[in-house]
Structure formats: C-alpha cells, structure tokens
Write a protein of this length. Structure first.
Length: 285
C-alpha cells in the first residue's frame, strides 16, 4: 500500500543542494594538492632512509662510431605494488621541497660510485635542479662523491637547463662557477626550447648541448631538419658537442648523422638499464 504524508512537504528550495563557488573549488583543489605533495615528500624521505631508490642509466652513443660513450642517470622509486616508478612522477614534487637536496646528494654519491668502475672514456651525465644549485650544499656534496668514488671530475657531466642561465641569484652564479673551477663539464639540457640566447650561453663553458626531444620528433619535416641543423651549427660554433635526445626511429638517427650531430640518446639505441646491465655493456678499449 502506498502511503501519503500527512504533513506538507518542505519547499523545494529548502532541499536544494548548494553548489560550492569557484573560489571554494579552487581552495579544495589546492588543499588536496598540498596534502598529496606532503605525502609524496614524506615517502621520498622514507626512501632515503630505507634504500627505496635505484638508479638506471640510458646509454649515450657516438653517432660517428655507433659505440656507447657514456650514460645519463635516471632515478627510480621502488614501490611494493607498482614496481619502479619513473622520476617524472615524483621529482617535480621533490624539486619544490628541500628534500631534493638530499635526493640529489644520494644520486651523486651512488652514480659516482657505480660509474667509477666503467671504462675511463665513458661519461656520467646527471641533471641538476635549480633548488639544489641554490642550496649551498651542492659543491660539498659533489666533492664528497668524487672523493669517495675516485671518479675523475671530467667524467661527471652536470646537466643544467636553459632557464638556469637566466637566473640572477648570486648563489646560482657562484655555485656554477665553483663547479666549473673543479673541472666538472656542463651539458645544456633541453636546448632549443626557447629560453636561452647565444649571448646567455657565453656566460658558461659547455661541453655538450643536448637538443630537446621535441626537435628530434620533428625531423621528418623539412622545417624540423632546418631548425636542428641550425642548432647543431650553433653548438659547433661554440665549441660544443651536440647530442640528439629522444631518438626513436631509424629516420631520426639518419637525419642526425646527415646533419652532423655528434651523439644520440633514446630508445632507438637502448632503453635505460640498471647498473649491472650497464656495466655488462661496456668493453674497455
């Protein structure tokens, strides 16, 4: 039997759901993001204490000889269920916190120790963050890593971004000049993304210009070839070796060879491998 209420129903307006305002939605989103950043930052601090990080290395290949001449360091976070988590999922958050200084110090120590056993002509490349550069601890951490491992300074190539060249912070400039004074080569990462001018590049001596992978992906177009050719010529004019990053296809490889680039890196040559696999790939001269 259907029963009807004996009391009048409340007005429709009284039961309507009040939607949050755009400002409230933004505040809720911001709170969630802050909570997530804190959770991940705590997880990274725990990983430093429990051995939760591992390094992989992606080989760098000489385009003239086809032989590996070095490798770039890539950090992974070990997760019980998800396996190895790539850096793109946590390093941007680490770089917004002081935890990046300790994570980067761990990378320097571990990578230097593992690369010390490689043949003497292989370079170890690792990226710097602006926050680490400005921390005041980078130079000391690097000296300790080189001292413990015995790795020569000229085999440790530090990758900096174009945006760092435009930073006017005194700590940044001091740290960069101090690193150069130690004999550590610089590689300019993501070259061609539009930040740095040739005049800015003159502020520091670079051993390598790493062409941004977006330029490599456009090598199938005549305009893309022209841009990469200009970038390679500019790099050579500055006395730098030029590396094509993110090479995925035979066509991209052949275009880089034709243009006169010096080195290549990407899945076309090899995926990133762990330290044991990397060591097994090397055959000393």
């Amino acid at each position: 039997m259907i029963r009807f209420p004996t009391e009048p129903l409340p007005a429709a307006s009284g039961s309507a759901t009040v939607l949050p305002s755009p400002k409230e939605l933004r505040q809720r989103t911001a709170r969630r993001e802050i909570t997530e950043r804190r959770r991940i930052t705590l997880r990274l601090r725990q990983a430093l204490c429990t051995g939760g990080f591992v390094l992989h290395y992606q080989p760098i290949v000489s385009l003239s000889s086809g032989l590996a001449c070095g490798a770039e360091t890539l950090i992974r976070l070990q997760h019980a269920r998800r396996g190895l988590i790539p850096a793109a999922h946590f390093m941007p958050i680490a770089e917004r916190s002081d935890v990046i200084v300790d994570v980067a110090g761990w990378i320097l120590n571990t990578a230097s120790a593992e690369a010390a056993g490689w043949p003497g002509h292989f370079a170890l490349c690792t990226a710097l963050s602006l926050r680490h550069l400005q921390s005041g601890r980078l130079v000391q951490q690097l000296l300790e890593a080189l001292s413990r491992s015995g790795l020569p300074p000229d085999r440790l190539h530090l990758e900096i971004t174009e945006s760092m060249l435009l930073d006017e912070n005194d700590d940044t400039i001091f740290a960069l000049r101090a690193l150069q004074g130690l004999g550590v080569p610089f590689a300019l990462n993501n070259f061609g993304t539009g930040y740095a001018s040739l005049s800015a590049l003159k502020r520091l001596k670079f051993s390598t210009l790493r062409l941004d992978r977006s330029l490599i992906q456009n090598l199938s177009e005549p305009s893309g070839v022209a841009i990469v050719r200009a970038a390679v010529e500019a790099g050579h004019a500055l006395g730098c070796r030029v590396l094509g990053d993110g090479v995925e296809t035979e066509e991209q490889f052949q275009r880089l060879v034709e243009i006169g680039a010096d080195e290549g890196q990407g899945p076309y040559f090899s995926a990133a491998v762990d330290a044991a696999e990397m060591a097994a790939m090397f055959t000393p001269n």
